[in-house]
Design a protein around this ligand. Structure first.
Ligand SMILES: CC(C)(COP(=O)(O)OP(=O)(O)OC[C@H]1O[C@@H](n2cnc3c(N)ncnc32)[C@H](O)[C@@H]1OP(=O)(O)O)[C@@H](O)C(=O)NCCC(=O)NCCS
Length: 216
């Protein structure tokens, strides 16, 4: 079994979107939109191809991670560039076998090598705490509504990387693509049954949970 991680190339886009759709289907909402987010990111200037990777098993792509620019804007209006990743996907039949970890750790190391300050992202804590991500509250980085959420996490990439940086987090607008164009795009994929499942409610709860941790 040969595992390869390499940069995503244009020829991989569609297969990555297919995998992303499979990985996210009915997970956080009935159906999925994350494949459309992947598609939209590639067309946006915030896309970071040098940090976007696919993982292959014996030459077959089984997962991907896509990075975009993000930023923190401080109280003086100064912008501090960070990076973010997502969607990150592994085909469901390969879950919990360490492939996601390999892919995420590889991308973190590459982001370090490129000199980025920190990675900021949203998601379940159990997916990202294993890599050292902590609530953004620890660094006084709030969402634009001024709140700190447990599901918004940050990983400084070197000692002191976030010293003196606080403010409001702005993910790329590429993460919020035009909903009107979605149905037409999704219709180019095979039909799949949309279901309401209990895991979707858990996600709603997780993303709206306020971080009450004291990081003193
Ligand atoms: C998230 C995802 C990319 C992880 O890939 P994976 O190959 O299954 O992950 P790994 O096997 O490398 O797991 C690494 C660690 O992450 C944590 N983890 C991953 N999936 C988890 C789950 N469902 N529940 C709890 N912890 C989990 C565990 O600590 C795990 O280590 P362990 O298996 O030794 O306990 C994959 O599950 C996926 O594609 N999920 C659907 C899409 C998704 O949710 N993406 C993230 C959006 S926030």
């Amino acid at each position: 079994m040969k595992v390869t991680i390499r940069n995503e190339e244009e020829k991989d886009y569609r297969i990555v979107e297919e995998i992303t759709r499979e990985a996210f289907w009915n997970l956080y909402a009935p159906g999925a939109v994350e494949h459309f987010i992947a598609y939209s990111i590639r067309k946006h200037p915030d896309y970071l191809p040098e940090l976007s990777f696919v993982i292959e098993l014996d030459g077959k792509i089984i997962g991907s991670i896509i990075y975009t620019k993000a930023k923190v804007v401080d109280s003086k209006g100064v912008e501090h560039p960070l990076v973010s990743f997502g969607p990150v996907s592994i085909l469901p039949e390969y879950h919990r076998q360490g492939f996601g970890r390999k892919l995420i750790e590889h991308s973190i190391n590459e982001a370090k090598k490129l000199g980025h300050k920190a990675i900021i992202l949203g998601g379940f804590t159990y997916h990202y705490h294993p890599y050292g991500f902590v609530g953004s509250k620890k660094y006084n980085l709030a969402m634009p509504d001024g709140k700190f959420y447990t599901g918004i996490m940050v990983l400084p990439l070197y000692e002191g990387a976030l010293d003196g940086i606080s403010g409001t987090i702005h993910f790329s607008e590429a993460m919020y693509p035009d909903e009107a164009a979605f149905a037409e795009y999704d219709a180019t994929f095979p039909e799949k049954e949309k279901k309401v499942l209990p895991c979707q409610a858990k996600f709603e709860k997780a993303v709206s949970e306020i971080d009450t941790t004291s990081y003193e």
